[in-house]
Design a protein around this ligand. Sequence first.
Ligand code: PLP
Length: 356
Amino acid sequence: MKRYTGLIENYRSRLPVSESTRIISLGEGNTPLIELHHIPRLIGKEVKIYVKFEGLNPTGSFKDRGMTMAVTKAVEAGSQAIICASTGNTSAAAAAYAVRAGIQAFVLIPEGKIALGKLAQTLMYGAKIIQINGNFDRGMALVKEVAEHAPVTIVNSINPYRLEGQKTAAFEIVDELGFAPDYHCLPVGNAGNITAYWKGYKEYFTGRVCANTPVMCGYQAAGAAPFALGEMVDNPETVATAIRIGHPQSWDLAWTAQKESGGWFDKFSDEQILAAQKMLSQFEGVFCEPASAASLAGALHDISTGKIPEGSIIVCTLTGNGIKDPEIAMQQCADAKPVTIDASLDAVKRAILDHI
Ligand SMILES: *Cc1c(COP(=O)(O)O)cnc(C)c1O
């Protein structure tokens, strides 16, 4: 039996590590690629849709892929502390990997705009949390400034090692399918992830005769859609807090990914995103967080219009776990209150028979 010990060990030869590098890992990566069985039938289209469920990483989001690399390299360079601005998931990942490495994590978060589960995680891991009365974009600007004056390593996706780690998700997909999908759909915030996947697909096929890379489709929330609009947004708003970003850090890189792959950006309302989140849970048994569902909302839209034609093989990345945002989940199911009955056999029997 070969024990899985994380993505750096698994893809060592394609990552910037040496024999002597001390690897900081929590066993991240190797997440399931789940084929949707019910939704394609429901929409009446001949397509194959897979979801790459990144919510099953150690801290519940794809950020762990980048963080294992970024923290490994920070420690290798002798850093004693890391810092990030975050909408929640980066802070949880930074906090966990810092503990693993035995160094300090500082995280800047927008007060009141981070999902409950992400805040709880970050507190539990013991990071130093600094809340600001400003949004992610402001936090990011402050982090860049403070890192010039204090001995801390930035672990946001402007740290190139983050993208190195994240590109391994593309490797896993091709390894598993035996080929790249026709279309790869992702939610886009700072756009580090779409950039990393594109890098991964290109690297995978470098030097091969049969280079079939996917069309990259980036989907945003309508209230936070700088790529879809073609310009920065000053006051981004969306329930999908993980992509509530108006000034993306990987602006140029993501446009390159879009152009080189022949892809596109688009935007969808919070209602469309939440509908896709609920659909995935209730028809497929896959519970992702709201931002993640933008990938499926976009794919379903583009399949319905024919922009993604029938016969296509599509992968949607589900970036984070639904359990991270219990408040949105409860709102989504407000009309499905649990019934309360007597603790008797009769009453339980009746409750069951009512539902068959
Ligand atoms: C970080 C994050 C995103 C956005 O990823 P970018 O690389 O910033 O585009 C999307 N969904 C979730 C759940 C995230 O945590």
